[in-house]
Design a binder for this molecule. Structure first.
Ligand code: IDP
Ligand code: MG
Length: 155
């Protein structure tokens, strides 16, 4: 039985400015990933210092933080079997010009700083990011009429 997981996606300011929110969300919906949380978030510098702490010594850190604060971002939690890896697969590599065709980053973007989207990369980071960006009340547990067709026996 595969592992049912939850993972965080942030649609970055470039996705919002370029009116790509709907097209991006559609890609996850059609895969069968369930939206269990969704809201606009105004990111603070403190949140970004934590979220991108692995990049704090990089020369682009300040501009990355500034970029992420230009507009609200759309914060989402998706649920599904192996959701963390499946979402990363749909998102594609960090560099959109190295990402596989058919991924969001390859299909809609050109450069690393404007790669449209964040997705958690491991169970530990997904758990941290859910806590960082969402309260328990903002994460929903509900049945969809399509669950039985999408998940089948859940293998
Ligand atoms: P990821 O978003 O694919 O997980 P990370 O290495 O965690 O990639 O980097 C986080 C984000 O930081 C990237 O999505 C990108 O927006 C930005 N970033 C990473 N490397 C660079 C760089 O070399 N120049 C500018 N921005 C970068
Ligand atoms: Mg990352």
């Amino acid at each position: 039985m595969a592992d049912k997981q939850q993972t965080v996606v942030l649609l970055k300011p470039d996705a919002l400015q370029r009116d790509l929110l709907g097209q991006i969300v559609t890609r996850f919906e059609r895969k069968g990933l369930k939206i269990v949380a969704m809201k606009l978030i105004r990111l603070s510098e403190e949140m970004l210092e934590e979220h991108y702490s692995h990049l704090s010594d990089k020369p682009f850190f300040a501009s990355l933080k500034q970029f992420m604060m230009q507009t609200p971002v759309v914060g989402m939690v998706f649920e599904g079997y192996d959701a963390i890896a499946e979402v990363r697969k749909i998102v594609g590599s960090t560099n959109p010009r190295e990402a596989d065709a058919g991924t969001i980053r390859a299909d809609f973007s050109m450069t690393v700083p404007s790669n449209l989207i964040h997705a958690s990369d491991a169970p530990e980071t997904a758990a941290d990011e859910i806590k960082r960006f969402f309260t328990e009340e903002e994460i929903f547990d509900y049945e969809k009429i399509t669950d039985r067709y999408i998940f089948g026996e859940g293998v």
